[in-house]
Design a protein around this ligand. Structure first.
Ligand code: ZN
Length: 293
């Protein structure tokens, strides 16, 4: 039988078998020795339930991993989806950029959802959409409350494993509940967890949506640090610079104060979003100021 590890706690691995939509509590005895591999959430496995009590099993094999993320720790991720409210609260686009960089470094493509489309000014929505489409991402405007765009989200998740993230209060839990009412996410759990402070250990967990779709609900943005990026490399995560950077006067131009910078020229002509450029500049300064060890 084949299944996916959706959770690991204290030596037990919870393996979901999509064909029968059941979860088995498994030990992974012998895997270390046979394959020299520590099972990870997201791993596709073979399991044996014969001779085991009901609901229990043994993982006999970990199938080869497609990839392995460090933040969050999960294997076989196809894509990421990040949710922000388009308004109430206004989106923190600096945080959004951090998330895009975190995923970009791990070669994971991110889909951006702006929720609460129903309450935001149409012009603001267009501006947000345009800004992030130019950054090379897929952007969806949705309203979980009005069930507008949620079918499109479901379609994008279909058959894939998706890291799902977003600050609290943006409708992430409501979206998960809409996608899979059986998941019964308690709305507001994430913010509760943040309130309990940094000592709370949080286990990564995959939630089965359906049609072989899994989402990993990542808590808030607590692990979103990008401190270990060299500031010189930051520009590589701003895809919209690419079309102009070869026209900069200096090779290795950081697009900050250099004369003859084609990126800054594009910015002044409105071809590059000032929101993105200002984020780039702020993050660059932040990284430069960090003491590197
Ligand atoms: Zn430049």
């Amino acid at each position: 039988m084949k299944g996916k590890i959706i959770k690991g706690i204290a030596g037990f691995y919870y393996v979901h078998v999509p064909e029968i939509n059941e979860v088995f509590e498994c030990k992974a005895k012998g895997i270390f020795r046979l394959q020299n591999v520590k099972p990870l959430v997201g791993d596709d496995t073979e399991l044996d339930i014969s001779g085991q009590p009901k609901g229990k099993g043994v993982i006999t094999r970990i199938l080869p991993r497609k990839n392995e993320l460090i933040r969050p720790a999960v294997a076989n991720v196809d894509q990421a989806m990040v949710i922000f409210a388009a308004a109430e609260p206004a989106p923190n686009l600096n945080l959004l950029d951090r998330f895009l960089i975190t995923m970009g470094r791990q070669n994971i493509h991110t889909i951006i959802c702006f929720n609460k489309k129903d309450i935001v000014d149409r012009k603001d929505m267009e501006m947000l959409t345009e800004t992030y489409i130019r950054s090379g991402h897929k952007v969806l405007g949705i309203s979980v409350l009005k069930q507008d765009g949620t079918a499109a989200v479901k379609e994008l998740l279909k058959g894939r494993t998706t890291v799902l993230a977003g600050p609290s209060g943006v409708g992430k839990s409501s979206l998960i509940n809409t996608l899979n009412p059986d998941a019964r996410m308690e709305v507001g759990t994430v913010s509760e967890k943040i309130k309990r402070g940094r000592h709370t250990t949080r286990h990564s967990e995959l939630i089965y949506v359906d049609d072989n779709s899994y989402v990993m609900d990542t808590p808030g943005f607590s692990s979103l640090y990008i401190d270990d990026i060299e500031e010189e490399g930051l520009k590589n995560y701003y895809n919209e610079f690419n079309e102009f950077k070869d026209k900069c006067r200096f090779i290795g131009c950081m697009h900050l104060n250099e004369p003859g910078c084609a990126v800054k020229e594009a910015l002044s002509e409105g071809k590059i979003s000032s929101i993105r450029y200002d984020n780039y500049r702020a993050l660059y300064e932040e990284l430069k100021d960090i003491k590197k060890y």
